[in-house]
Structures are given as C-alpha cells and as structure tokens.
Write a protein that binds this ligand. Structure first.
Ligand code: GCO
Length: 486
C-alpha cells in the first residue's frame, strides 16, 4: 500500500470493486458503494496478526431489558420515561431482551467466528440504589453471561460504566457531586472481586464525553441536565472516576488488561483560514483530548480551549496526580469525521460542526460522514501520544436502513463500510500503530439512546415485534472473513 494516501486512493479503497452499487441514502445523497458481496477486500484476517482480537460490543441499557431481574432505576429509565426525551417515545424496558436471550446471541457471535464479547454491567442491576444493598439476581445474571462466553470459547471484555448511573445517585447530584468517585470505586470493587477471577479485560468508562457533554451540558442524553455549571464538575469527576476505577481493578485483578474508551472523531477545519483552524482545534480539544490527556498526566487541554481553566474550581489538592492512570490500552471508538468552523455560538466553544449532509459526502443513517480516512487519521493521532501503550478499537460500525425480507437482510453498504474501515485500520497498523483488537458495534440491533430503535447498527437484525434474530449479510461477511486462516 502507498505510504501516503491521496483522496483518490481513499476513494479507490472504498470503491475498489468493478461492481459498484448505486444506492440512495435516506437524506437523498446518492452514494457509490462497492458491492463487497462479489469481491474480496485486498487483505485477509492473517494480515492483522494471530493475536489480534476480533469481537463485537454492546451496552447493558441498549440490549438487556431494564425491567427484568430486579434492576434498580437508572438515569436512562427515568429519561426514556419522560415524555419528549426520546425521538420515537421508546424505551429500554425490554430492548432486545438480552437478559433472557443472551445464550442465543452468544451462539450467533460464535457462529460468526468472533472470539471476544464486549458488554457492560448495569450498575443498578448489582446495586439497585447505587450503593449498599446488593441484588443477587443481578450478580448471577452476569455470571451466566460470562460462563456462557467462556463455554463457547469467547473472551469476555467488561465495561464498568456505559452511561447508566443509578437514579438514586443522580438524585444526590450524580456526576456533579464529587462523592461519585467514592460510589463508583465501591461499585468497581464489587464487580472486580465478583468476576475478576474469570474476566481479565476491563474497561472503566465508555465515552465520558457523551455523559458530560450530551448528559450534563446539552440535556440530550440522560440525565438531561444542561449548562456549563453542570458540565465542568461532571468532566472533572468523570476524569477522577476514570483513573480511580483503573486503580481498583489493578488492586483486585491479577494480570488484568485495563483500558477505558473514548469517542473519537478526526476534526478538520472547513478551510485553512486561521480562525477556522483555531476553531477546529477547540473542537478537537473537547471531542478527542479532554479525558485522555489528564489520564496521561498532561492535564486538561487548556491551551487550545482556555475556557477549560474553569475546571480548576473543582480541583482539590492532589487531583493532578489522582487524574493519572497508566492504562494498558486505550479504547478508540470512531464512527465519522467532523468538519468545524468558527462560530459565535455556542459560547465556550465558539465553533460549530458542519453537518455531513451539507458537505456532499457519503453518510450513514444518522448523518455521520463515512470516512475511512478519518478513521485512519484519528488512530494515528491517538497512537502518537507517548503514554498510549496499546490501542483497541472498542467500537466501530454503521447504521443504514435495513429491511428484513424472507428472513434475509441485504446490507452491502455496511459490509463495504467494514471493508473500507478495516483497510484503514490495517494501514495504520502497518505504519506502526500498536492495535490489539477490533470490536464491531454492534452484535445485534439495539436501543440507540435518544434516537430509539430506528438506527440499526447490528450484524444481527432484531425484529422487535417478535424479538427474533436474523444474521445480516454483513454478519455472514464477518463469518467468512474470520474463518480464514491466511
Ligand atoms: C457510543 C456508544 C454506543 C452507541 C454507538 C452508536 O459510542 O455512542 O458507545 O452506545 O450506540 O456509538 O451510536
């Protein structure tokens, strides 16, 4: 492969087959996609190395069914049951009923030849009030999931927190209350003591920015709070939880492989005018650097986003040290690329993102730009940090409008997406990025937060009225790709 790719090379990577399909996406953009069903990519499984981990990822609230098994209420239960918060009015009460169907789902995972399963523990399933009394049914449920994984030769990878803070703790201020660091470390202590002899791969937080930004600043995600006065303390306390969680795992689990995950998006300025270049840097500081740099001992990215100096207000003596943890790996999660420009709104950031469908680029169903090049660049950006030892792609995937017909789901766009993104990942690896694994988001279609069930990311289609599962063509593509020995 050439060492520097031109735009045209990237286009070729995405469209390298002669059999290109012309499809129109929901927003009316006409997209060209390679028909991967009739061709094979220019790489195979062995190119990624024999130790490379192939898995899929999911999260408790999105799949389990919140009403089962004595789980306490969490912020997503409250949020989804508040009228107007979820675009479709739906909720995760039943979701994919993973609570009862986990064995079937793990069997499908095995049939697709994946060897790892990333899932999260619902804090309120173990501790209905967030602290104190334990729900034995919840503890046993995750033992069953872990044991089923192990019996099928699938390695469990656990995320400790994927956004579902127990409501009882939110009632005490949630992430704006510094006490959360103590609540969280007690919860991590419980999980790691309970499951640590069977599970070695742990992730502390999933995308803390989504919690602080969408949950406490914009009010778009649970708990639906707004404003900088909520955002700043939430950021700092999440940063402390992130490092403290790592320390608890290290203490309790011998030979643990400890990581934490970040939502990452390569940010380009709309043009090279200095004001737009500076705006893109501010967006990058928030979107990509806010939580990793303090963990690496670099502090918050105040130089590029001076407003972050207000975080100091929430510091206590010793916090600079407490924010640091030496993670074994960093979880990079990427879906799209971002293009930014200067703007007078919102204050604090003084920048705005230009929606992908206004830029004439291929998009997914949620209007995120499909950009293997952006994926490659963000991996390189994270791999360039001196303190990052290893990277795991803990999420990557795409939503496109799927249709179930005669038990089949033909989703060539999704397969083409994976081929192009895996090509970009391989290129980064060949240039020296130390990447240990790749997790598809997601095993099954699931509850996509404030968008409800409409955007489908699964390799397995879920027919919600019956909850029956169907392997999509993209799942079959992975099944065949992962079967290869060379
Ligand atoms: C995230 C979350 C997932 C989402 C996925 C698709 O990255 O936002 O980890 O829970 O469902 O990203 O949007």
């Amino acid at each position: 492969m050439p060492s520097t790719y031109s735009r045209r090379d990237w286009l070729r990577l995405s469209l390298s087959s002669a059999a290109a399909l012309k499809l129109a996406d929901l927003t009316g953009n006409v997209l060209l996609w390679k028909s991967s069903l009739f061709s094979s990519p220019g790489f195979n499984k062995a190119d990624f190395g024999t130790h490379f981990v192939w898995g899929t990822a999911c999260a408790a609230y999105q799949v389990e069914g919140a009403k089962y098994g004595g789980k306490g209420k969490d912020v997503w239960d409250t949020f989804t049951h508040t009228p107007g918060k979820i675009k479709t009015g739906e909720n995760g009460d039943v979701a994919c009923d993973f609570y009862h169907r986990y064995a079937e789902d793990l069997e499908l995972l095995r049939q697709m030849n994946f060897k790892a399963f990333r899932f999260s523990i619902a804090w309120a399933r173990l501790l209905p009030k967030g602290t104190g009394e334990i729900n034995r049914e919840g503890i046993d449920f995750y033992h069953r999931v872990i044991d089923t994984c192990l019996s099928k030769g699938i390695t469990p990878w656990i995320t400790l927190f994927h956004w579902d803070l127990p409501q009882a703790l939110e009632d005490k201020g949630g992430f704006t209350n510094r006490e959360v660091v103590k609540w969280f470390s007690d919860y991590v202590d419980l999980c790691t003591k309970e499951y640590g002899d069977k599970v070695k791969n742990w992730m502390v937080l999933n995308e803390p920015l989504a919690v602080a930004g969408a949950g406490y600043m914009l009010g778009e995600f649970a708990p639906g709070r707004k404003g900088i006065k909520n955002f700043l303390p939430a950021v700092h306390h999440l940063t402390l939880c992130q490092a403290e969680g790592g320390r608890v795992i290290r203490r309790n689990v011998p030979q643990a492989n400890i990581g934490t995950t970040f939502s990452c998006t390569y940010v380009d300025p709309v043009d090279d005018q200095p004001k737009n270049v500076r705006a893109a840097r501010r967006v990058d500081a928030v979107m990509n650097r806010l939580f990793i740099e303090p963990a690496l001992g670099m502090g918050y990215p105040v130089d590029d986003l001076p407003a972050l100096r207000h975080l100091k207000k929430y510091f206590q003596p010793g916090d600079e040290e407490k924010m640091i943890f030496d993670f074994d790996f960093i979880g990079v999660q990427n879906y799209f690329r971002t293009v930014a420009r200067k703007s007078l709104f919102p204050p604090f950031l003084w920048a705005k993102e230009i929606p992908a469908n206004q830029r004439g680029v291929p998009v997914n169903e949620m209007n995120g730009e499909v950009s293997p090049e952006g994926f490659y660049k963000i991996i390189k950006q994270f791999a360039a940090y001196k303190g990052v030892k290893r990277i795991v792609i803990t999420e990557n995937g795409a939503c496109f409008p799927d249709k179930l017909e005669n038990g089949q789901v033909h989703d060539p766009q999704r397969t083409a997406y994976f081929e192009a993104y895996l090509g970009a990942l391989l290129k980064a690896m060949q240039e020296g990025a130390k990447i240990d694994g790749y997790f598809v988001w997601s095993l099954t279609d699931n509850f996509e937060w404030n968008d409800g069930f409409r955007p489908r990311f699964g390799l397995i289609y879920v027919d919600y009225p019956t909850l029956n599962r169907y392997m999509k063509d993209s799942g079959k593509w992975f099944r065949d790709f992962l079967k290869q020995n060379h």
